[in-house]
Design a binder for this molecule. Structure first.
Ligand code: ATP
Ligand code: MG
Length: 432
């Protein structure tokens, strides 16, 4: 994209309403604009980041055998009456009525809907196990929407659901998802601590939250320093035994947030660390909590009806944009990890109108085939440098009159700030 014709309204001033660095930088770099309390429009650069995160989440869900689908945002209240949650959910649920006075709602989560779809279609034990997921907008009328997209009212979530014949099967599904989560966060360049959690309003007795460490996190975290060195890059994990071993290793070191912190156990930890954390994912096993009241049964091997054991697995896709910035920034702006950056590189034309600069920039821009942002604006060099740092593209290719005459550019790595003068081919080879 040419920056002169891109909707990327950067701000020099720090917006007064933003309390934390990721919110400030998302507004300043022109990634989002708030349209109502806790509701955001994703502008082109922010949308590209959101899509990149969703792609990585999707690839790792697919890799453990989860099937992607898409359920609607609007749900009939009737389904929630069947599970008993219509009244239980409270004021966070946005309740609406249509022109026929039928009660509908904007989904805060999808257990009821997936259970309904499953009970209409799946009849036999031969069809289990199954895992399904979608990446869809949710609405929760949070009391205090804050920190930008980190606690919005409308937000993008990946939610997956597993269906198994029994508890043992459900545990295998749970472990597969846990593995997918560790791989997802690792690919995003985040250190995520999996910690045992209370099961919360969704219920159940096997549950982990995934917490990113950041000073602005909403929860206090107590954890074993081992987590700081742990490499979650899973090697070959195919058999149930390998999965089992991986799982045991994940849960051994101590880690807890407020609800589960236990002073006696904590005293035994030799390398204690304390910090703040951001919850970016949450997984639960909840057995037959929905299948039983909603009448989901399938025929077992002997023909007798079985209520499937279920689990649900959430990742805050839009919250991750904020969490990634919390973990990757400096005083000048965002430092995007390569896999999620809106563009791999930005081309800075320091003298638009200069034939050599224009020619070199156009040539470079064409070679990226849409993978680079071209700062072709009639602006001072200082403004371009500042905006490039603010927006955080991993590579900056600086084209000035002197270099252009000699066929050379200056290549800057945003993370670390090293600069090198190179010819075009060498620069492109480095960017990869
Ligand atoms: P929290 O404790 O932060 O309120 P939750 O426990 O209610 O979250 P879950 O129901 O576990 O959330 O939802 C799964 C994931 O969705 C969370 O781990 C989080 O990353 C994300 N999420 C939940 N609420 C919000 C929100 N208001 N804005 C953005 N992301 C959210
Ligand atoms: Mg949660």
């Amino acid at each position: 994209m040419r920056l002169s014709h891109t909707l990327a309204p950067t701000l020099k001033e720090t917006p007064a309403e933003a309390q934390i660095v990721s919110h400030r930088l998302m507004l300043r770099a022109g990634l989002v604009r708030q349209t109502a309390a806790g509701i955001y429009a994703w502008l082109p650069l922010g949308w590209r980041v959101l899509q990149n995160i969703a792609r990585i989440v999707r690839e790792e869900q697919d890799a453990v055998g989860a099937q992607e689908m898409l359920m609607p945002t609007i749900q009939p209240a009737e389904l929630w009456r069947q599970s008993g949650r219509y009244d239980a959910y409270g004021p966070e649920m946005l309740r609406i009525s249509d022109r026929h006075d039928r009660d509908i709602l904007y989904g805060p989560t999808n257990e009821e809907m997936i259970t309904d779809i499953f009970r209409q279609s799946v009849k036999s034990y031969r069809e289990l196990p199954q895992m399904l997921y979608h990446i869809q907008w949710k609405f929760r009328d949070e009391v205090r929407p804050r920190f930008g997209v980190m606690r919005g009212r409308e937000f993008l979530m990946k939610d997956a659901y597993s269906f198994d014949l029994d508890y043992a099967g459900a545990v295998v599904s749970y472990r597969k998802m846990m593995l997918a989560y560790m791989r997802t966060f690792q690919r995003l360049g985040l250190k995520a601590i999996p910690m045992e959690a209370e099961s919360g309003p969704i219920g159940g007795n096997l549950s982990h939250e995934f917490i990113i460490l950041a000073p602005t996190g909403e929860s206090q975290v107590w954890y074993d320093a081992v987590f700081e060195e742990m490499d979650f890059a899973a090697g070959r994990i195919e058999t149930d035994a390998e999965l089992e071993q991986f799982f045991a290793q994940m849960t051994t070191p101590y880690a807890a947030t407020d609800e589960k912190h236990d002073a006696a156990t904590w005293a035994q930890v030799t390398n204690q660390r304390e910090g703040r954390g951001i919850e970016v994912g949450h997984i639960f096993y909840f057995g037959t909590k929905y299948s039983t009241p909603m009448g989901l049964t399938i025929a077992g091997r002997d023909g007798a009806p079985i209520a499937p054991h279920m689990g649900s697995y959430g990742i805050g896709v839009s919250r991750l944009v904020g969490a990634l910035i919390e973990a990757n920034h400096d005083d000048a702006g965002i430092i995007w990890p390569d896999p999620v950056a809106p563009f791999r590189a930005v081309i800075l034309n320091l003298k638009p109108g200069d034939p050599a600069c224009d020619r070199m920039c156009e040539d470079l821009y064409a070679r990226f085939r849409g993978g680079a942002l071209y700062d072709d604006r009639e602006e001072r060099a200082g403004v371009k440098f500042a905006d490039a740092d603010l927006m955080g593209h991993p590579w900056q290719i600086v084209v000035g009159p002197r270099g252009a005459a000699g066929g050379r550019v200056e290549l800057k790595r945003r993370a670390g700030g090293e600069r090198q003068e190179l010819d075009i081919d060498a620069a492109l080879a480095k960017i990869g």
